[in-house]
Design a binder for this molecule. Structure first.
Ligand code: NAP
Length: 443
């Protein structure tokens, strides 16, 4: 058997993920070599500060601040620095030098993905990014390869651990959003500045990546409708549980037809939503992630596991290292991104879904019929109505004695019709307040 030369791997970044990747590459060197059919040589690790204290196995002599020199002559470059620059420039340099690149950087892919994939294709190099969505969970390969012969209809994903951890604490321990977030920060599940997570930006970047792969259509992150979890109240979470639902921040990617224009396209959105407590995603607790895929032939599939964490994410990165290395040894076309379908990305107004609206109304005969008629006049069909007389205000105090709370569940309605209905409700003389509007998914 011909022995293949050692493959040179350059690592950019030795933080939570990078340090674990370096350690695993060295610790499992022999086993990885046996799987690849060639040895892996970690030629260096680029960091900002070579003197910073690090609790790692790999030799400190590998550390350097000169990422550009490290890239030159490498077969595989693993980018785990994060951020847009210098990550983008270094990846372009690596691709142009003929190296395959592995990254976990969803922010970079969401912003500069098309440019990076185009350069990779031009130079015949590969860009792998299994760790960019869902941490350890294999979801990129299944969408790109395993489901390449099927037609993905819809994806419902819990793709942000910080928000799932916080909403789960509200649900299971009755914590307020503020307190749940403080606990998440204390336990290291939330960044010092949690805006990217709680504002839904991180999930929107991942939704764009998933939708692009699933629908063979470029869906940039800024085309993803986004709402964070900051407006979700403990009252909503408690009321949801009583009604048989759980509140989750969902990334929803789907094929749909615009009800007004008839245009067939795709949509991607991130927002808090109610899901039935019997849905598999309702059982995703803590900082875990899960992606629920509905495909035409395969039916429903669920991918579940650790969505973050240094060693967990390193697992996905190392899988990419083995794939890239095997391609060097045995050849083959490698993976290919496909945007051939090029479907229109439809706006949020084209989305139809169910809603649950909570209202405090005047407790008089005929009010319920009037409210139902208001929904109907705006094209929204009411499916369920629950009424309780002892309404409480936001501070938990009983509302005026003439008040009753209505919880109205709708059939599927368009966002535009629902928005018009809510606007009409807020100005109605029999409505004291609209206290909650939540979309319902997964039915
Ligand atoms: P991190 O802990 O902040 O580590 C970043 C590393 O990159 C550090 O070693 C840092 O050097 C180095 N670095 C940053 N800027 C640099 C520059 N200009 N030149 C040279 N080195 C530089 O980040 P991480 O949590 O490991 O995340 C890495 C990537 O993985 C990100 O794209 C992130 O989104 C993605 N990801 C992370 C997770 C997770 O659980 N952490 C999960 C999925 C995906 P110093 O050590 O000297 O500061």
């Amino acid at each position: 058997m011909i022995e293949y030369r050692n493959l040179r791997v350059a690592l950019l970044g030795a933080g939570s993920v990078g340090a674990q990747v370096a350690d695993q590459l060295l610790t499992h060197r022999d086993e990885l070599a046996a799987r690849i059919g060639a040895g892996i040589e970690l030629v260096g690790v680029a960091v900002r500060d070579v003197d910073a204290p690090r609790d790692t196995v790999f030799p400190r002599e590998l550390l350097t601040t000169d990422a550009e020199s490290l890239i030159l002559g490498s077969d595989i470059v693993v980018e785990l620095m994060g951020g847009l620059e210098p990550a983008r420039t270094l990846i372009l340099q690596a691709l142009n030098s003929g190296a395959d690149v592995i990254t976990a950087n969803k922010a970079l892919l969401a912003t500069h993905g098309p440019e990076l994939f185009e350069v990779a294709e031009q130079v015949g190099a590969q860009l792998y990014y299994e760790a960019a969505v869902g941490g350890a969970i294999p979801i990129i390969r299944p969408l790109r390869d395993s489901l390449a012969g099927d037609r993905v209809e819809r994806i419902l994903g819990i793709v942000n651990g910080t928000t799932n951890f916080s909403l789960d604490l509200m649900d299971t321990r009755g914590e307020t959003m503020e307190h749940a977030l403080a606990i998440a920060t204390e336990l290291g599940y939330a960044e010092a500045d949690p805006t990217a997570d709680i504002g839904g930006y991180d999930a929107a970047q991942k939704a764009g990546i998933l939708a692009s792969l699933a629908f063979h259509t470029l869906v940039p992150a800024d085309a993803v409708y986004r709402e964070g979890i900051t407006e979700v109240t403990l009252e909503q979470v408690v009321a949801a549980r009583k009604a048989g639902y759980v509140v989750k921040l969902l990334a929803i990617c789907e094929r749909l037809t615009d009800p007004v224009t008839g245009i067939e396209g795709v949509s991607a959105r991130v927002h808090p939503a109610l899901i039935p407590d019997t849905h598999p995603l309702a059982a995703v607790h803590g900082a875990n992630n899960a992606v629920f895929v509905e495909a035409e032939a395969a039916g429903p599939l669920m991918f579940y596991g650790a969505g973050a964490g240094g060693i967990q994410t390193a697992s996905a990165v190392l899988g990419d290292v083995v794939s890239a290395a095997r391609r060097h040894v045995v050849g083959g076309p490698g993976v290919a991104e496909s945007t051939h379908a090029d479907l229109p990305v439809l706006p949020m107004t084209a989305v139809t879904t169910r809603y649950q609206i909570t209202l405090v109304v005047v407790d008089e005969p005929g009010v319920l019929a009037g409210i139902a008629a208001l929904f109907q006049n705006h094209g929204v069909s009411v499916e369920t109505v629950q009424q309780s007389v002892a309404s409480r205000d936001a501070a938990g105090q009983p509302e005026a004695s003439d008040a009753a709370t209505l919880v109205i569940g709708t059939h599927a309605a368009s966002e535009a019709d629902l928005a018009a209905t809510v606007a009409a409700l807020t100005t109605s003389s029999v409505v004291h307040s609209v206290t909650s509007v939540l979309r319902v998914e997964g039915l």
